[in-house]
Ligand binder design. Structure first.
Ligand code: 5GP
Length: 211
């Protein structure tokens, strides 16, 4: 990796408003790259191939797994979801902070491979509000909503593993808070790398000088 781009994971209950937060973050600031995942789920109305997801078949997905073209993947509500490796590596090398909007199992896998990754969990202020948002979205059947709520119960047990809990009760505030967090983490990382480089140089100069 040549650039200073960092990797951030944003997870959260389905219906927590992650997608809306991400869209607003990208609209406001230009230092981000949002990874577009591959999935075997069918597109919702208005979703665009290559923008919201790469909508592919199970065969194509399984081929990507075999070819190691995914950094991580998981199944969610009966479908595959995965992060294509190429884009993430290219963007980080170009110095962009890359955000992966992924569920909890994928987040675990990334953390094992890349422990320095900062993880953020997005949640609505209450369970009742979560159900309301899922229902209001109108894109899932009653059965699908129940499936997602049951999944939320499991996901809640992963929350303590996250570095930061972002309560999404106000879009503007949530976006500002997330951007602030990314900036803090980014600056801390740059400072650590700069300082490390400098102290190593000083030490090697000192040793060469025989002091
Ligand atoms: P949805 O069907 O609502 O778009 O997404 C369902 C879940 O899959 C969400 O929690 C979303 O964050 C997660 N997801 C989306 N893309 C990926 C991915 O590439 N990998 C993993 N592990 N989860 C993903």
């Amino acid at each position: 990796m040549t650039g200073n781009g960092l990797l951030f994971i944003v997870s959260g209950f389905s219906g927590a408003g992650k997608g809306t937060i991400m869209k607003e973050l990208l609209r406001r600031y230009d230092n981000y790259a949002l990874s577009v995942s591959a999935t075997t789920r069918k597109p919702r109305p208005g979703e665009v191939h290559g923008k919201d997801y790469f909508f592919i078949s199970r065969e194509e997905f399984e081929k990507m797994i075999r070819e190691d073209a995914l950094i991580e993947y998981a199944t969610y509500a009966g479908n595959y979801y995965g992060t294509p490796r190429k884009y993430v590596e290219e963007m980080m090398a170009a110095g962009k902070d890359v955000i992966l909007e992924i569920e909890v199992q994928g987040a675990q896998k990334i953390k094992e491979k890349m422990p320095e990754t900062e993880r953020i969990f997005v949640t609505p202020p209450s369970a009742e509000e979560l159900r309301r948002r899922l229902t209001d979205r109108g894109s899932e059947t009653e059965e699908e909503i129940e499936k997602r709520l049951r999944r939320a119960v499991e996901e809640a047990s992963y929350m303590p593993l996250y570095d930061f809990i972002l309560v999404n009760d106000d879009l503007d505030r949530a976006v500002t808070e997330l951007h602030g967090l990314v900036c803090t983490v980014h600056d801390r990382s740059v400072h650590r790398q700069d300082f490390n480089r400098e102290i190593k140089k000083q030490l090697s100069d000192m040793m060469r000088g025989g002091n």
